[in-house]
Design a binder for this molecule. Structure first.
Ligand code: HEM
Ligand SMILES: [Fe+2]
Length: 764
């Protein structure tokens, strides 16, 4: 007998358990974050040459980080594996070339020969000396002085010319405009920053036998090999995953009411009586904007992919001079965040009106105002990024231009405006849901809706906790509070709430089932998701304490994703177009919404669950981070789950708003769009990203991380071929996926305005 049949209401323990999971998860995450401040690799006050003169200062390192950001280099290459993949991993490249330089000078001093002419035994001796030299930590915490040897000094002095060579042509740097940085002062500071990141990645952390970055990047010449902890916690995290899965399967076996249960007296999901409120109608322009931003994002993405396949020229045109790859990549990421967020903002407003039973006074005005605020943030920040990267905002680059931190590139002023706009959105939701909050039947689900909504702006606030001068390790801690907690915590929660409300409104599940599924998912997502944030911090200056906890808990993130497969059949049954009796087909007006929700489930399991877990063990991440396997996971999960939900919300709103004649016209676009998006994404993953990721991983294992990220590998024929093989999938995705959806959304807005139905029944 189900819990609902026993007592007709949900046990208060669901609420308590969700709250407890959140409280515990956050306590541990806060502890890890506080430790990030204490354990970040030290920035020396001075770095001195063997003769005692100052080679560079801590100021230079901090200023160099700002140069790195101001010129958008985090959207070109990476530091400690975090950043873009068009250029090299700057710290790994510096470390490796430094190691070779030291080897050359040791070979000369000891044997009077070039390194390559040594006998194997002599080489082994020199290599051991190189490793000892690099691993020795010469930083004095009392004086704040890092005293480096002569080879360090010589190599540092060589950096300006190395950068000049790098910036000389797009072919060498993955599509930056020629001469991106020319100022000698900027180049010196940039070198100081990168030299310091390389030092922190190899010198032993005091009291341990590994570096501040847990020996990342892998480079046996420099003495960087996986730590014992990376192996140990990988193995133990597998046990956590098995244990967690078993516990959940046991619970599902014992309590038959868990999951998406169809309600007794089953109802097929029809389009229920519909009067579109003025506020709901006003959201149609958001969906048209969503579709246009989506189209822009994918076109820009195609250009970025081209830079990877052929950085020198864009079919004979010097694109890098006008739209360099770091700018396009910044836009690609920002547009993705914007269109998906806009779809959620509008989808939530649409559903809130349905749940609340209508518009409160002035709601449409508020929705229109919010729309224009979002347009200003989108257009302003994208233009700012362009102007900032062109160095047209010498004083204001941080505020109005490109802050440079990957995923959070938009200037601080735009971030603030966005945060205010999201809080205003929350206010609109509260108003719309007020009647539901007063209704005993709907109170709980409306409250959960608001919790899911407020979490999005609240967890954007850590973006304000740092600026260009903050320590890289600390910034990475806060950056992933946003990125990770959004995608692996609150967005997943938001998806569940949205789906539950849609099913509830259709009447195919009971209130009890909808609420219970929300709590269950919250508990499962938050158990692994909060502490799991640390899987992004394995190599960014935190200790093995973080590695241990985050490896164990992020493995648990896969449990609810595996559960999707157990629950999938119930989900399909809820939306089935075949009647129980007589097995005739029943028209399901929202069948495309359901198709998109099923796609969300599929990609959640494949993109987030399988591809996320593939790179989650510390011992895999050690070799893999910042390679195409991360891109493989990022695309399959981000587009597959949150992108598909965004498009699903677009389709839902269109279906619910336009009249039958227009719908019949638009449906064919949506049908093609659905298959185009899913087929294109699958092709992208299967034909390019996954095999290319595996090959790049093999290259890391064989030749070291620096190699797999350098032109020596990425410029090879095979690597380039695999980049080109992205093209068919990208084309299918854009031409048969994005374009038809954009046509449907734009037409729904323009044509729909003329034909919107105006019956008197409440919507849904
Ligand atoms: C729908 C859910 C998810 C989305 C949208 C998502 C998205 C992303 C994105 C965009 C990145 C790239 C971040 C970067 O550039 O550093 C990433 C990295 C990563 N994700 Fe996910 N992810 C999801 C779920 C998961 C899950 C469930 C796991 C594992 C259990 C996971 C594990 C990882 C790992 C280990 C990285 C690599 C970080 C690195 O190399 O530094 N993700 N994810
Ligand atoms: Fe994550």
């Amino acid at each position: 007998m189900s819990e609902s049949q026993r007592n007709g209401k949900l046990s208060p323990w669901w609420r308590r358990a969700s709250f407890l999971t959140m409280a515990l998860g956050f306590s541990v995450l806060l502890l890890l974050t506080v430790k990030a401040y204490h354990e970040a690799p030290p920035i020396p006050g001075k770095v001195t040459s063997p003769d005692g003169s100052v080679l560079f200062t801590g100021e230079d390192i901090r200023d160099g980080q700002q140069v790195f950001l101001k010129y958008g280099l985090m959207d070109n290459g990476s530091i400690w594996g975090h950043g873009a993949l068009l250029g090299p991993d700057f710290s790994a490249e510096y470390l490796h070339t430094l190691a070779l330089h030291i080897a050359t000078s040791f070979a000369q001093v000891r044997y009077g020969l070039p390194f390559d002419n040594l006998t194997p035994a002599q080489r082994a001796i020199v290599e051991a000396e190189v490793r000892t030299e690099l691993k020795q930590n010469r930083y004095d915490a009392q004086t704040g002085v890092l005293a480096v040897g002569p080879s360090y000094e010589a190599w540092f002095r060589h950096q300006s010319s190395a950068w000049n060579a790098y910036f000389s042509s797009p072919v060498k740097n993955g599509g930056l405009g020629a001469g991106t940085i020319r100022d000698p002062g900027d180049l010196k500071q940039l070198s100081a920053f990168v030299a310091w990141t390389a030092w922190a990645s190899v010198a032993n952390r005091p009291g341990t036998t590994h570096s501040y970055t847990n020996n990342f990047p892998f480079d046996s010449v420099a003495g960087n090999t996986p730590t014992a902890d990376a192996v140990l916690w990988s193995a133990l995290s597998l046990v956590f995953l098995l244990g967690g899965t078993a516990a959940v399967l046991l619970a599902f076996g014992k309590f038959d009411y868990l999951g998406w249960q169809a309600r007794p007296g089953y109802l097929h999901p029809k389009l229920l009586g519909a009067r579109v409120t003025p506020g709901q109608r006003a959201t149609l322009k958001y969906f048209a904007l969503v579709a246009l931003l989506f189209l822009a994002q994918t076109l820009v993405g195609g250009a970025v992919a081209h830079y990877r396949a052929d950085p020198g020229t864009f079919y004979g045109f010097d694109l890098a001079a006008w739209l360099p790859s770091n700018l396009l990549r910044t836009w690609h990421l920002q547009l993705a965040i914007f269109w998906i967020a806009t779809a959620y903002v509008a989808g939530a407003l649409f559903l809130a009106a349905a749940l609340g039973g209508g518009d409160p006074a002035g709601q449409k005005k508020g929705i229109d105002t919010l729309f224009w605020a979002l347009v200003i943030v989108v257009v302003g920040s994208l233009l700012g990024e362009w102007a900032g990267m062109r160095q047209m905002l010498p004083q204001l680059w941080f505020w109005l231009g490109d802050q440079g931190w990957e995923y959070l590139e938009l200037g601080r002023a735009w971030q603030m405006l966005l945060a205010v706009a999201l809080l205003f959105w929350f206010g609109l939701l509260v108003r719309a849901l007020a009647p539901a909050l007063r209704n005993a039947e709907r109170r709980e689900i409306a409250g959960l809706f608001l919790c899911a909504a407020i979490a999005i702006p609240v967890f954007y606030l850590p973006a304000m906790f740092f600026d260009g001068t903050t320590h890289f390790s600390v910034v990475d801690a806060w950056r992933f509070w946003i990125i990770h907690l959004w995608v692996e915590g609150f967005f997943e929660f938001f998806v569940t709430v949205m789906v539950a409300i849609i099913f509830l409104q259709f009447g195919v599940v009971t209130r009890l089932t909808a609420t219970r599924v929300i709590y269950l998912d919250a508990i499962l997502y938050f158990t692994g998701g909060f502490i799991g944030t640390g899987h992004h911090w394995y190599w960014t200056g935190q200790t093995s304490f973080n590695m241990a906890l985050s490896a164990l808990f992020s493995a648990l993130e896969v449990v609810p994703l595996t559960l999707i497969t157990l629950d999938a059949w119930d989900f399909v049954r809820l939306s089935r177009p075949v009647a129980d009796i007589g097995h005739q087909r029943v028209e399901v007006p929202h069948q495309w919404t359901f198709h998109f929700l099923m796609a969300v489930g599929f990609w959640n399991f494949v993109g987030a669950g399988i591809f996320g877990f593939l790179i989650n063990l510390p011992i895999v991440s050690y070799f893999e981070t910042g390679t195409l396997l991360t891109i493989n996971h990022g695309h399959a999960a981000m587009m597959g789950v949150f992108g598909m939900l965004g498009v699903g919300l677009v389709v839902f709103a269109i279906r619910q708003t336009v009249d039958e004649a227009l719908w019949r016209d638009l449906e064919k676009y949506i049908r093609v769009g659905f298959w185009g998006l899913n087929g294109g994404l699958l092709m992208m993953v299967v034909m390019s990203l996954f095999p290319a990721g595996i090959l790049q991983l093999i290259d890391v294992l064989e030749n070291g991380y620096w190699h797999a990220r350098s032109l020596a590998y990425t410029g090879s024929d095979l690597a380039r071929l695999l980049e080109w093989s992205r093209l068919p999938g990208d084309l299918v995705f854009i031409v048969f996926g994005v374009v038809p959806i954009a046509v449907a959304a734009v037409r729904a807005y323009f044509d729909g305005r003329k034909t919107i139905r105006a019956a008197g029944v409440p919507l849904l």
